[in-house]
Design a protein around this ligand. Structure first.
Ligand SMILES: C[S@@+](CC[C@H](N)C(=O)[O-])C[C@H]1O[C@@H](n2cnc3c(N)ncnc32)[C@H](O)[C@@H]1O
Length: 257
């Protein structure tokens, strides 16, 4: 694999962003604006395949989730579906599972879903993925589903994940990809034309659903992302495509000291 790193890619650049701070602010405002319709849109626009992707990601980390002492963080948790999938696969001895996000509106929805459903050991915390309020080496597993791509600085995000992971701890980043071939061409029409139009109508907000394909296009390729993970201190790095590469899971193990 060619693991050359494109130094120009730093992080997400939503419209109007000038630097890391203004980018993070724009991202937070954008997700806050679509929070009321986020779940509905997710399921409609992905034809419910998102559920399969969360499930596959959680299943990949079964070995950690079955450990009663495990500490798990789901970063950029949004309305909580990745964390719920982790919870469902975890042992009944209940490892600690925390969901963190910097949009209060998204977390409110996650909390409301928790009360209705599991009544479990899930906890939600308002925090910026680039400045996590946890000590070094605290977690055994950190996941992020469709959130990492929105960080204002990808390398800083990877370093922060590595910091809060214990040596030997694992990281799983699930995000969109760009499938190739004929399927890729058809998918791009859907992703760039249909999805932004439907997303704008259902959410009632112009902007976020045009940003989505642009952010995927800008995101590092799997080879590059793996190179960046290695640079941040991960080994055994892999990328597993889901559904012909429409999405995929990056996995890495934090190097022992
Ligand atoms: C596309 S949503 C994904 C939500 C959820 N993980 C899922 O799979 O549906 C992205 C989430 O990342 C959050 N986010 C983006 N940048 C963040 C940051 N720097 N710190 C914390 N959360 C962030 C947004 O607020 C939003 O809730």
């Amino acid at each position: 694999m060619d693991q050359e790193i494109n130094q120009r890619i730093v992080g997400a650049t939503p419209a109007g962003a000038r630097d890391r701070e203004s980018s993070a602010r724009a991202i937070r405002e954008m997700f806050t604006s679509i929070a009321p319709r986020y779940d509905l849109l997710n399921h409609v626009l992905s034809f419910n395949i998102d559920r399969l992707w969360w499930w596959r990601t959680a299943r990949r980390f079964d070995a950690i989730l079955k450990r009663p002492e495990a500490r798990v963080l789901d970063l950029c948790c949004g309305t909580g579906d990745m964390a719920f999938a982790l919870r469902r696969r975890a042992s009944s001895a209940t490892p600690q599972i925390l969901g963190a996000d910097f949009s209060h509106a998204m977390l409110q929805r996650a909390a409301a879903k928790t009360e209705k459903g599991s009544g479990s050991t899930l906890r939600w915390i308002e925090a910026d993925a680039l400045r996590l309020p946890f000590p070094d080496g605290y977690f055994n597993l950190v996941t992020s589903a469709f959130g990492f791509r929105n960080l204002a600085d990808y390398d800083a995000g990877l370093r922060e994940i590595a910091r809060v992971l214990a040596p030997g701890g694992e990281c799983g980043i699930l995000d969109f990809g760009e499938p190739g071939g004929l399927l890729g061409q058809c998918y791009r029409v859907y992703f760039k034309k249909v999805l932004p139009a439907v997303g704008t109508v259902i959410s009632g907000v112009r902007g976020p659903y045009a940003y989505l394909p642009a952010s995927v296009e800008r995101f590092p390729s799997p080879d590059e992302m793996i190179g960046r993970m290695r640079q941040a201190g991960f080994r055994e790095t892999t990328w597993t495509p889901y559904t012909f590469g429409i999405a995929g899971l990056y996995r890495g193990v934090k190097e022992s000291a």
